[in-house]
Design a protein around this ligand. Structure first.
Ligand SMILES: Cc1cc2nc3c(=O)[nH]c(=O)nc-3n(C[C@H](O)[C@H](O)[C@H](O)COP(=O)(O)OP(=O)(O)OC[C@H]3O[C@@H](n4cnc5c(N)ncnc54)[C@H](O)[C@@H]3O)c2cc1C
Length: 379
């Protein structure tokens, strides 16, 4: 079958917009398809801010990818001529043996990353907006900060188009088929063919890979913005680093400085599972009360009126690590994007990795943590 494109990318959120950009700038004929018009508020890449940090408590194997991600965000910022990353420093807080603290220290030690270990009293003295409990400690890393997700997606897509990529929005993929060695995809408007297909459909990935029955769960998460009533200046980006707390075993809350819209806070995990198409989008009084109790405990001066809240889903794998691999039976199909609620910061490098896999079949990064690792149906 004659291929009308070299690569089709389905899903143009964080991962797919980056993959489209990296493929297009290599001169490939790329078609990017999305069921909405990214950046939008229905997937997993909205909400004004995303944390980027390097002393990665989740596993030291992420650090080389993170270091490349930082370089690529810098390059993108330069090329797009717009601010995408704000360095604030970052604090991981918890009890000394907690996963957050021991994991961050392990990554920092293994990769010789600049960091400091602070007592609760030192945290409160240096960052008066934060109120850790006396038995908590913190790992402070100066390179952590904030990515602006909507601007990142917009920049990747605009620059991909400038390199010749075709971007079709409001065009959902209905199904795809391997026509060895090519792939054909059908949307509501047409059928297209290509040498390679990248599936980066976020919370909808399982629907496009239904034959494999992948063990992914879509988890509802709520983001809250509170107005600080007192000490507003202590939440400014120069005085308040991004912060992530393991306040009880495997129970997490995180937050950002006030960039003008209020102090953003959210739980990391602990939400209800469901389908991306029927996710409850309203935030109820009980959820607000739950978050306000955490704010009073750890950021007491942010306990002002709620300014806004929004819902955004995670797409979780069983072990919390990413899924980046070839389709187990269709080698022309690459799967990426289920990233368990911590993938935005990596999307710059994951796009580059997907372009490497699509063009050379290999990448210089060790992806062993991210391979197909569950029993998948043959498809
Ligand atoms: C509340 C919240 C907070 C987070 N905080 C952080 C953080 O601080 N730091 C961090 O690194 N990560 C964070 N993450 C994780 C990160 O934001 C996500 O992992 C990442 O944005 C997901 O990108 P994606 O490309 O996989 O999915 P999306 O951005 O959701 O993109 C998927 C796209 O696929 C499209 N699509 C779906 N089905 C089809 C179809 N059939 N046809 C065509 N298009 C289709 C959708 O319209 C969508 O645009 C957070 C996530 C959430 C939800």
């Amino acid at each position: 079958m004659a291929s009308s494109h070299d690569v089709i990318v389905v899903g143009l959120g964080a991962t797919g917009s980056s993959a489209t950009y990296h493929l297009a700038r290599r001169g490939l004929r790329v078609l990017g398809l999305d069921r909405f018009a990214p950046p939008h508020t229905v997937g997993s890449s909205h909400g004004q801010t995303r944390m980027i940090r390097e002393a990665y408590f989740e596993h030291p194997a992420y650090v080389p990818m993170l270091q490349r991600a930082y370089e690529l965000w810098g390059d993108l910022e330069h090329e797009a001529g717009t601010r995408l990353l704000l360095k604030t420093g970052g604090l991981m807080l918890g009890r000394p043996g907690s996963a957050v603290i021991s994991g961050a220290r392990l990554s920092a030690a293994r990769h010789a990353l600049e960091h400091e270990v602070l007592s609760a009293a030192e945290v409160a003295r240096r960052f008066p907006c934060l109120s850790p409990e006396a038995d908590m400690i913190a790992v402070y890393e100066p390179r952590a900060g904030i990515l602006f997700p909507e601007a990142c997606v917009r920049a990747h897509l605009a620059l991909a188009q400038a390199c010749g990529a075709q971007i079709h929005t409001h065009e959902p993929l209905l199904n795809w088929k391997a026509d060895s060695p090519a792939v054909s995809v059908t949307t509501e408007r047409a059928t297209y063919s290509a040498q390679r297909l990248v599936i980066s459909a976020g919370s909808w990935a399982a629907q496009l890979l239904a034959d494999l029955e992948p063990p992914l769960t879509v988890e509802r998460q709520v983001l809250f913005w509170f107005d600080p009533m007192q000490a507003r200046e202590s939440f400014s980006a120069t005085r308040c680093p991004v912060h992530l707390w393991e306040f009880d075993e495997h129970r997490f809350v995180y937050g950002f400085p006030d960039l003008g819209a209020g102090v953003k806070v959210a739980r990391h995990h602990g939400g209800a599972s469901g389908s991306p198409d029927s996710l409850k989008r309203e935030v109820d009084a009980e959820e607000i009360a739950d978050m306000r109790a955490l704010v009073r405990r750890f950021l007491p001066s942010a306990d002002g009126p709620l300014r806004s809240a929004t819902v955004c889903p995670y797409t979780n794998t069983p072990d919390g690590h990413f899924w980046i691999d070839r389709h187990p039976t269709c080698a022309s199909v690459l799967i990426a994007s289920p990233c368990s609620g911590h993938g935005f910061k990596f999307s710059s490098v994951v796009g580059e990795i997907l372009a490497d896999l699509a063009t050379h079949g290999t990448t210089s990064f060790d992806l062993s943590l991210f391979r197909n690792r569950w029993p998948l149906r043959s498809g």
